[in-house]
Each structure stands twice: as structure tokens, then as C-alpha cells.
Design a protein around this ligand. Structure first.
Ligand code: AMP
Ligand code: MG
Length: 360
């Protein structure tokens, strides 16, 4: 009996070890399909590649390793409160000094500033102090009720007084410095995932991997095809408790699909949901929408836009999309009603065929 139990245990252990050690690309049964899943940037990332006929698997694995490392290292530079480069910039600003922005980081600063200007301030990456005040900088800091009005007013006053743009550094004629800006901290949470998936997929493409999806917690970018068919992706429903997990499916054509929703980080207080998408005009969570999805060839733009349109709200999302130069948008309003732009609407498959209002 004891021996039988031992034998059973040994077989079970062997199966477990085999499952764990089995190369991930054999998981789906199709040897041309390679996939990695790992935590990074506060979410789960799934990186999928489909090899072209006869393409070398070992070389592909090396390229995928490189993309995985890139995504794992990304937060080191861009986390607002860590000990990396952006954390140092924010600490310099908090001490009352100006900060020099490393050359490699300037392009994303410029893109964020451009999004701020085009969206009339709905998107504002200088919002770090407000995000922290609301406790949305990390899960352990979530509050049980809104912060005091006086603290919100002080953070808003600092935002209004602060410069919006980079300026020349002292003694050097290049516009690579910011501040002094007391009370300001930069937070790239609304644009970084798009930028990261764009860059990760560019690395795969440079290594000859033409067919790939990089999916960072539902924010994804797609290239090429899966063999003889298109990749098909799903957009999650902002209220899955209503019985429906998927809002829509779609076949992206070398595009990114990025969603901002009020379900990602929030707490409830007196029956009201307080979420992480803050309106820089009021200093409080933006009201009127549940989610905004943007489809575009440029993931960083789609990411900034999804946040900006969410904050712009039901009355202003369409004009804000125009100002930002994105024209494929799907919106879920507070009452659950769906709206989409004329360009995106015909591409969507909507389970349950709900009513969709097309906005020209
Ligand atoms: P996303 O999921 O891309 O919409 O990004 C949300 C994150 O962006 C939040 O967790 C904040 O860190 C930050 N954020 C919140 N409100 C804004 C805003 N109005 N403009 C820019 N970033 C914001
Ligand atoms: Mg965003």
C-alpha cells in the first residue's frame, strides 16, 4: 500500500516536472506558435509569436528573450516612485530643484506634453502627486474614502502654477530640463504601456519575427498574422458582472488596441466608485464613462488617447479624438450605452448584438 502510494506520488511528480519544464512553445500543439507569459509593469504580459514557414526556432527564442527582458526592465526607468530615472526626476522636483531629463527619455516626455496640449489638458502626465494623493500609485495605498478637499485644491494649484513644457538647461541650449515645479511629479502610467508594447514588438520585427502579439493586461499590439488567418483579439467588458465577459472582438491589422476603464483601479465609498482616471480640471475621478478603447497603428498615441478621451467624457470625447488624431474609438457610457466612430463600428463583432450608436 505504502509502495503503491509512493509509486503514484513519483508518477505525479514526474508529470508535474514535465509540465513545468516543457518548452512553452509546445503548449498549444502548433510548433510554429511560441508564447511567453510573465508579470511586468504591474500586470501580466503575454507575448505570442507565429513563425513563418521554415523560420529558425532557436533564433526566435533569443529574440523573444530580448523582448521579455526589455519589458521587464521598462518600469525601472519609468516608474514614478521607484529608484530609477523617473523616480530621481520626481525627487529632484520635490526638493525644489529643476530636473535634467536624460536624452533617451525626452521623446516620451515630448509625446506626453503634445498629448496634454492637444487634449486641452484632459491628459496630463504631470499628475503624479494627485495620483498619489488618491492612493492609486500602488494597490497597498488605495484609500477607503476620498482625500480631503483642501489637499486636492493644493495639488490642483501646484499643477496650474507649474510649467507645461521642457526648457533649456542652464548653460546648454537644448530643451532637456524641467522645473523647478514645486508639488509636481510626472506619472507616465497612461502612456507607458503603449510605448513599451510598441518598442517590444519593434524588437521582434527587427529580428525578423513578423507575426506577433504583445498583450500587457488587455492593452496590446498586433503584427502580421497567425499563419493563414488573422489574429483575433477581445476587448473586455467594463462590467463583466452583468453576465458578459467580452465587450467586442476584432481583427487588428498591424494595429494596437488600448483600453482605459474605471474598473482597473478603484475603491468604493458610500455607494460610489472612485477610480484612477483623474480629471486634471477637478482633481477627482472623471465621470460619465465606463471605458474607452482606441485602435491605432501607434500604441503610445492610442494609450494617451484612451486616457484623454475617458477624462474628456461623454460630451467631449469625439472632439478630443479629432484633436489627438485618432479615429477608431469605442466608448461605453455610464448607463452601459455603446458608441463608436464610423471607422471602427463596422469592424467590431459585438456578442449579444447590443445597440451601438455610430458617431460620425
Ligand atoms: P490608463 O490605464 O492608460 O488610462 O492610465 C491610467 C494611469 O494614468 C493612472 O493609473 C494614473 O497613473 C495616470 N493618470 C490618471 N489620470 C490621468 C490623466 N488625466 N492624464 C494622464 N495620466 C493620468
Ligand atoms: Mg492610457
Amino acid at each position: 500500500m505504502i509502495l503503491r502510494r509512493f509509486a503514484f506520488g513519483a508518477v505525479a511528480l514526474a508529470v508535474l516536472v514535465w509540465l513545468l519544464l516543457r518548452p512553452p512553445h509546445e503548449a498549444g500543439g502548433d510548433p510554429r506558435f511560441l508564447q511567453r507569459e510573465f508579470p511586468a509593469m504591474g500586470t501580466w504580459i503575454t507575448l505570442s509569436v507565429y513563425l513563418d514557414e521554415g523560420q529558425d526556432r532557436a533564433a526566435a527564442d533569443t529574440a523573444i528573450d530580448d523582448a521579455v527582458r526589455f519589458l521587464q526592465d521598462y518600469p525601472q526607468r519609468w516608474s514614478a516612485w521607484g529608484d530609477g530615472a523617473l523616480g530621481q526626476i520626481n525627487r529632484a522636483l520635490a526638493s525644489g530643484a529643476a530636473a535634467e531629463i536624460p536624452a533617451a527619455m525626452q521623446p516620451l516626455f515630448r509625446r506626453a506634453i503634445d498629448a496634454q496640449q492637444r487634449s486641452a489638458g484632459a491628459f496630463d502626465a504631470r499628475i503624479g502627486a494627485l495620483v498619489k494623493l488618491w492612493g492609486f500609485d500602488e494597490e497597498a495605498h488605495y484609500r477607503s474614502q476620498p482625500p480631503p478637499e483642501t489637499a486636492i485644491a493644493a495639488a490642483l494649484a501646484a499643477l496650474r502654477a507649474a510649467p507645461t513644457d521642457l526648457r533649456d538647461c542652464d548653460g546648454a541650449p537644448s530643451p532637456g530640463c524641467y522645473g523647478p515645479a514645486p508639488g509636481i511629479a510626472w506619472d507616465f502610467g497612461a502612456i507607458a504601456k503603449g510605448d513599451a508594447v510598441d518598442q517590444a514588438v519593434a524588437r521582434l520585427q527587427a529580428a525578423g519575427l513578423r507575426n506577433a502579439i504583445v498583450n500587457a493586461g488587455g492593452n496590446l499590439t498586433v503584427r502580421g498574422r497567425r499563419g493563414d488567418r488573422a489574429w483575433r483579439i477581445a476587448i473586455r467588458h467594463p462590467r463583466p458582472e452583468d453576465g458578459q465577459r467580452l465587450l467586442a472582438t476584432l481583427e487588428p491589422d498591424d494595429e494596437s488596441v488600448i483600453t482605459s476603464g474605471d474598473y482597473e483601479r478603484y475603491f468604493e465609498y458610500q455607494g460610489r466608485r472612485y477610480h484612477h482616471l483623474l480629471d486634471p480640471q477637478t482633481g477627482a475621478p472623471a465621470r460619465g464613462l465606463q471605458s474607452v478603447t482606441v485602435v491605432d497603428t501607434d500604441a503610445a498615441l492610442a494609450d494617451a488617447a484612451s486616457t484623454a478621451l475617458f477624462v474628456a467624457g461623454p460630451q467631449r470625447w469625439r472632439e478630443t479624438a479629432r484633436a489627438l488624431g485618432v479615429d477608431e474609438v469605442l466608448v461605453v457610457r455610464d448607463d452601459g450605452a455603446l458608441e463608436a466612430t464610423a471607422k471602427l463600428a463596422p469592424r467590431l463583432d459585438l456578442p449579444g448584438a447590443p445597440k451601438l450608436t455610430v458617431i460620425p
